[in-house]
Design a protein around this ligand. Structure first.
Ligand code: HEC
Ligand code: HEC
Length: 396
């Protein structure tokens, strides 16, 4: 058969088929909408069908909004509490300390090295590099909205952002031998004495590790990124596109919101990573991290991790505690299979990704712009790293 003949035959068949199809569709639609139409007396049929469809769609939108409002909460403006108040002197000092590399043992590592504004508060690496370029065991989560979480770090090692900031002075990031050595580095920058005095006016000797932590914590408690999703939760359904709303529906119906809920869309509990199967089969993780077990040694804590908060998640690849997954759509599929035993279709995964992108808010002004730091701080001892020593030995 010639190709043209084939085509014209096809068309001849298609014409009547379309007509029959349209008639069937018409019957279907009008019978379904009969009860709704009867509520609109006097309206002609051709007008009521679109109106009724629109009304049904609005009802569906409202239902989704109500459900979302029970599962999620809008972000608060800041995270000040009675125990951890914030004021402009504290926040301004904390902001400077956050960006200052001179407090680390080799003078290269500030909080901002691993929590970079340009990378939405992360370092974009699978695992972070600390002082002397030492590889850390886990991936750096964003500091944006981090204070929302009920604990800090993937295994919930710390209770508050303050406790986290204090311990960071001695961790592999800053690598100070003790708090006194760390505070000596702060004191070596003359301008800080004045700034600590302003932030802690009632204390005679305010340059302490606790106050370092309080100042940085206060700053972190201001780093919020409200997004269109918060406008939506406030009652404006137009703030999310129909595609994003469909993604939200899919997120809820698939079971993601069983764990990822609240204002942080997560960060409220520990859950096993690998409910249905070992996570490393899906992520290809090279090392097996046992999560909270590494801290508590309690067998019940094996593979328990903090449920990640998903605010701004679009901007913070690579994903998971070891940065083993590079894209958001892959991370969504991994979650579906590993946590819910659900092989997710392309459509569902991309709908969820569309919803997750609505969780990206603007960078706080105070974070996007780096502060100018007080000058000084030189002449402090800087221990030579093993790598540098090696280099010297081999070049000799
Ligand atoms: C060398 C890189 C590095 C430096 C420097 C660093 N961090 Fe982190 N940060 C990380 C990594 C990696 C994690 C995850 C650690 C874990 O869970 O075991 C983390 C976790 C956090 C968390 C917890 C977030 C969450 O969602 O659980 C906060 C908050 C944080 N860092 C703030 C800071 C502050 C404040 C400083 C400076 C005092 C700092 N970090 C310095 C790499 C770094
Ligand atoms: C049983 C609880 C649970 C369910 C259900 C669940 N998650 Fe998670 N989710 C977690 C935990 C725990 C982590 C942290 C895993 C890790 O890296 O150690 C996480 C991490 C993530 C991450 C990576 C975040 C990051 O910053 O690296 C994404 C994205 C995510 N989940 C999306 C989803 C989606 C989408 C669904 C539904 C298909 C879902 N989750 C279902 C518990 C859950």
């Amino acid at each position: 058969m010639q190709p043209e003949n084939h085509q014209s035959q096809y068309r001849r068949f298609l014409g009547p088929a379309v007509v029959v199809g349209l008639i069937l569709l018409d019957i279907l639609v009008s019978s379904r909408l009969q009860p709704i139409m009867s509520l609109a007396p006097g309206a002609t049929r051709s007008k009521t069908v679109p109106v009724a469809l629109a009304a049904a769609a609005v009802a569906k939108d409202d239902e989704l909004l109500k459900e979302a409002q029970t599962l999620f909460k809008p972000l608060p403006q800041d995270l000040a509490t009675a125990e951890f108040p914030i004021n402009s002197d504290l926040v301004s000092l904390g902001r400077k300390l956050f960006f200052d590399p001179r407090i680390s043992v080799d003078g290269t590592v500030s909080c901002a090295r691993c929590h970079q504004p340009a990378l939405y508060g992360t370092d974009g690496l699978e695992k972070s590099h600390g002082a002397h370029d030492k590889l850390l065991p886990r991936n750096a989560p964003t500091v944006l909205n981090a204070g929302m979480s009920f604990r800090q770090h993937w295994g919930g090692e710390f209770e508050t952002v303050e406790e986290q900031a204090k311990r960071a002075l001695l961790g592999a990031g800053f690598a100070n031998p003790d708090y006194a050595a760390a505070m000596a580095r702060v004191k070596a920058v003359p301008g800080y004495r004045e700034l600590f005095k302003k932030a802690f006016p009632s204390e005679p000797d305010p340059v302490t590790a606790n106050n370092w932590a309080k100042a940085i914590g206060a700053y972190e408690r201001t780093l919020m990124t409200p997004s269109r999703f918060d406008v939506y939760l406030g009652g404006n359904t137009d703030a999310l596109t129909p595609t994003e709303q469909h993604g939200l529906r899919t997120f809820i119906n698939t079971g993601c919101a069983d764990c990822h809920r609240g204002a942080g869309i997560g960060g409220e509990q520990f859950r096993k990573f690998g409910v249905q199967e070992d996570y490393w089969n899906a992520t290809g993780s090279k090392e097996i991290d046992k999560g909270r077990f590494e801290l508590t040694k309690d067998p019940a804590d094996q593979y328990m991790f903090k449920v990640a908060g998903l605010r701004g998640v679009e901007m913070t690849p690579p994903y998971f505690h070891d940065g083993s997954v590079g894209t958001l759509s892959e991370a969504v599929r991994v979650m579906a299979i590993v946590q819910l035993g659900h092989e997710m279709s392309d459509q569902d995964a991309s709908a969820i990704v569309a919803f997750l992108k609505s969780l990206t808010g603007k960078l706080p002004q105070d974070f996007a712009i780096a502060p100018v730091l007080p000058s000084g701080g030189f002449g402090m001892p800087r221990p030579v790293s093993r790598a540098k020593k090696l280099l010297k030995e081999t070049s000799r």
